[in-house]
Design a protein around this ligand. Sequence first.
Ligand code: MN
Length: 128
Amino acid sequence: MEHTPAERINWQASGNEHFTGSVSNGPLSRAADRSLTALAVMFQPGARSDWHSHPDGQVLYITSGAGRVQTEDGQTVNVSAGDVVYTPPGEKHWHGASETSHMMHLSLTTGGATEWLPGKVSDEDYRR
Ligand code: MN
């Protein structure tokens, strides 16, 4: 068994190349296991990812706070702790916090790297 106390999770800034606002992520899966990427991701209020998709899809499990997930067709869902969102392979989407709350989710993906689309999520799309 390997126990990592919460304060020893290796949180790192997600940077602004693919995100707007303050976002950090903590790896949860073992580095040696390349078949699964399990990340805790923390978005501060107003922060969100850029538009992107995942080759094998993605499971998001909201662990605290409130946020939103939007797909290219304009569908937007408001999410809060305990909710699960699945985006199928190749579906273009973004996820982030609401304007007034942080949002933390667990992200589960397989199949390799996120496919990022050019450009940021505009304030207009974010509020849509
Ligand atoms: Mn995603």
